[in-house]
Design a protein around this ligand. Structure first.
Ligand code: A2R
Length: 316
C-alpha cells in the first residue's frame, strides 16, 4: 500500500514515516516545504506548497496514494497570534486544496486530517474528559483554523462521498520537537543549564494550565490504525486521557537533573488567552481500532531531556 505524508518535514512526519515503513510495510512518500532539508529512508521526498492547488493535484496524480496523512500546518498557537493570516491560509486554504485535489482523483484514497485538542477550547465544568461531539469553543486562532479544518473534512466526506477521517490530537511530545512547545522548551532550558550554556534559572509561562501529553510514537501508531480501520466522516480524539498541570511537568523535568534550578516567570511566555484544562475521552478510538497509549510519560520526558542534552552539548 502507498502512503503520502503531506507536511512530513516537521516534528511528527519523520516518526510517522518510520512507523508506516517499518511497522506497516508501506511504500511511503513525503512532502516537505522548499526551505526544509529532509533526509529520510522512504520511496520519495517532494517539495510541496499546499497553497498551490496545481502542485497538490499534480503530486496526487503522480503518486496515487492509498492513504493520505495531512500533517502540513502552521502548528504553533503562539505564532498564530502573531500571524493569523498565514495560519488561516495554511491550515484552512491549504486543507481545502488538498481535499479538492483528492476529490478530483478517479479513485478514493483514505484521508486522515490531523486536528487538535485545542479545538475544544473553553471547556465547561463537567465536560472533561471531552468526547468528540462536545461543543467546540476555540480559544485561539490556531484552534479556530483546526476546528474549521475538521468541519471541512466532514463536509467533503458527506457531500462528495470521500473517505475522509479526522483526528483531534492532544499535546504530543518526544525527542526532536521544536522548543516552541512546552516540554521541549523546558528540557532544552535544563540541558542548556547542565551544559553550562545558561545560568541556573528556568523561564516559564502559565504553569496552572492542565494538558494531556502523549508520546509522538504512540500518536503516529494511532494514525496508522485509524486510516486502516477508522470510519469515514468520523472524528477521533488521540491522547492519553489524563491531563497533568504544566507545573507538574516542570517539576518532573527539573527532578531529572542534579542541578539546583530556580523557576522564574517570563511575561513573554504568557499567552493572551489560555484554556485551563484540556483532557480527552479516548473511548471512541479505543473501541473502534483498539488503540491505547503505551509509552509512560516519564519515559518520554527522560528521552526528550536526553535528546536536548546531546543537542546542546558543546564538543570539547
Ligand atoms: O513551516 P515549515 O516550513 O516548517 O513546514 C511545515 C509544513 N508546512 C507546509 N507544508 C506545505 N505547504 C505549506 N504551505 C506549509 N506550511 C507549513 O507542515 C512543517 O514541516 C509541517 C508541519 O509540521 P510541524 O509544524 O512540526 O507540526 P507537527 O508537530 O509535525 O504536527 C503535525 C500536525 C499538524 O497539523 C499540527 O497542527 C497537528 O499535527 O497537531
Amino acid at each position: 500500500m502507498k502512503a503520502l505524508v503531506v507536511g512530513g518535514g516537521g516534528f511528527v512526519g519523520p516518526y510517522l514515516v518510520k512507523h508506516l515503513k517499518e511497522e506497516q510495510g508501506m511504500e511511503v512518500y513525503v512532502t516537505k516545504t522548499e526551505k526544509e532539508t529532509l533526509d529520510m529512508d522512504c520511496s520519495g521526498i517532494y517539495n510541496l506548497d499546499i497553497l498551490e492547488l496545481s502542485q497538490v493535484a499534480e503530486l496526487l496524480n503522480k503518486i496515487r496514494p492509498d492513504y493520505v496523512f495531512h500533517l502540513a500546518a502552521q502548528s504553533s498557537v503562539a505564532y498564530s497570534w502573531k500571524n493569523p493570516g498565514l495560519t488561516i491560509d495554511v491550515n484552512i486554504k491549504g486543507c481545502v486544496n488538498l481535499l479538492d485535489g483528492i476529490r478530483q482523483l478517479d479513485y478514493k484514497p483514505r484521508v486522515l486530517l490531523i486536528g487538535s485538542g485545542e479545538e475544544y477550547g473553553h471547556i465547561k465544568d463537567g465536560e472533561c474528559p471531552i468526547v468528540e461531539d462536545n461543543v467546540l469553543r476555540p480559544g485561539n486562532i490556531y484552534a479556530a483554523t483546526k476546528s474549521c479544518q475538521n468541519m471541512l473534512g466532514k463536509i467533503y466526506s458527506d457531500a462528495y462521498d470521500m473517505d475522509v477521517m479526522m483526528v483531534r490530537a492532544f499535546n504530543h511530545i518526544g525527542p526532536n520537537q521544536t522548543p516552541v512547545f512546552v516540554v521541549a522548551d523546558f528540557c532544552k532550558q535544563v540541558a542548556d543549564i547542565e551544559n553550562g550554556l545558561a545560568e541556573p534559572v528556568i523561564y516559564v509561562g502559565n504553569l496552572s494550565a492542565r494538558r494531556d501529553f502523549t508520546d509522538v510514537r504512540d500518536v503516529v501508531r494511532a494514525y496508522a490504525m485509524l486510516v486502516k480501520d477508522g470510519k469515514r466522516g468520523e472524528t477521533y480524539n488521540v491522547g492519553r486521557g489524563h491531563a497533568v498541570a504544566i507545573q507538574e511537568i516542570l517539576e518532573r523535568i527539573v527532578a531529572l537533573s542534579d542541578k539546583d534550578i530556580e523557576v522564574r516567570v517570563d511575561e513573554s511566555k504568557l499567552r493572551p488567552v489560555d484554556v485551563p484544562i484540556i483532557e480527552p475521552d479516548i473511548t471512541k478510538i479505543r473501541e473502534t481500532v483498539g488503540w491505547e497509549p503505551e509509552i509512560e510519560l516519564e519515559t518520554t520526558l527522560k528521552e526528550t531531556l536526553e535528546y536536548w542534552r546531546r543537542e546542546t552539548k558543546i564538543n570539547p
